[in-house]
Design a protein around this ligand. Structure first.
Ligand SMILES: NC(=O)c1ccc[n+]([C@@H]2O[C@H](COP(=O)([O-])OP(=O)(O)OC[C@H]3O[C@@H](n4cnc5c(N)ncnc54)[C@H](OP(=O)(O)O)[C@@H]3O)[C@@H](O)[C@H]2O)c1
Length: 213
């Protein structure tokens, strides 16, 4: 599949490498400085089909656009890509910032970043996913007790199976988390992972999983 990854930091870099190397997907990083040393080093460290260009070039190339930008940059990054009609968008961002003196969701809990992204990316199908665990787990989701869970929330039922397969290629236990509105739950769930990792002594080497009878 042809993938545009917008942003090539912790999350974008880990996802691009994993999708190219584990599943042979065609990865096009959409970045602000494609020729920078940082971008070139990232490309050199990935075995597989990878390239970098502007976010607009990446979007034109791809069927699926993966957003991995910091929240304050996300609206601008989407608008800079121009007409995205008909594309699938995976929103991996979290609307993080300081709220009442602590890290929180700057847009509150009665709307989600995923729904805002849908508003900015007119004519696309937005799915909220890959926001509820750390980038280390995206690079390496292997745990001796089983696969970490990964949720997908989105309204486009026709394309959801394709998205579940694509994210599942990374090695997650995939769960359909319902409509895009449920991004409100997934973004709060991300805050729980972050709080446990940063403030409760769990570090980054843990992941949530689901037990079933
Ligand atoms: N870190 C995690 O474990 C984790 C887990 C789940 C979700 N998330 C979410 O994923 C997002 C990215 O997190 P991160 O840790 O990967 O951040 P990061 O390491 O700071 O990477 C962000 C990337 O976005 C790029 N960028 C910024 N503005 C851009 C624009 N207008 N157009 C194109 N690229 C742009 C930056 O490029 P430059 O080099 O040009 O600045 C950088 O490569 C955030 O929304 C975060 O909340 C993070």
């Amino acid at each position: 599949m042809k993938l545009a990854i917008i942003g090539a930091g912790n999350v974008g870099g880990a996802l691009g490498k994993a999708w190219a190397e584990k599943a042979g997907h065609d990865v096009f990083f959409g970045v602000r400085q494609p020729a920078s040393e940082k971008t070139q080093a990232l490309l050199a460290g990935i075995r597989g089909k990878v390239q970098a260009g502007s976010p607009q070039q990446a979007a034109a190339f791809a069927d699926v656009i993966v957003l991995t930008t910091p929240w304050p940059e996300t609206e601008g990054a989407i608008r800079a890509m121009g007409d995205l009609k008909g594309k699938i968008v995976l929103d991996c961002t979290n609307p993080l910032g300081m709220v009442d003196g602590a890290l929180g969701l700057v847009i509150g809990h009665s709307i989600s970043g995923g729904e805002k992204v849908q508003g900015w990316a007119a004519g696309t199908s937005v799915f909220k996913t890959l926001n509820t665990t750390g980038f280390g787990n995206m690079a390496d989701p292997n745990y001796k007790d089983g696969k970490p869970v990964m949720f997908v929330a989105g309204n486009d039922a026709a394309n959801k199976p394709k998205v579940m397969t694509l994210v599942g290629d990374l090695g997650f236990d995939m769960v359909d988390a319902g409509p895009l509105r449920n991004a409100r739950l997934l973004e709060a769930h991300a805050m729980l992972w972050i709080d446990l990792a940063l403030n409760r002594g769990h570090g980054r080497d843990f992941a949530f999983g689901i037990l079933r009878r």
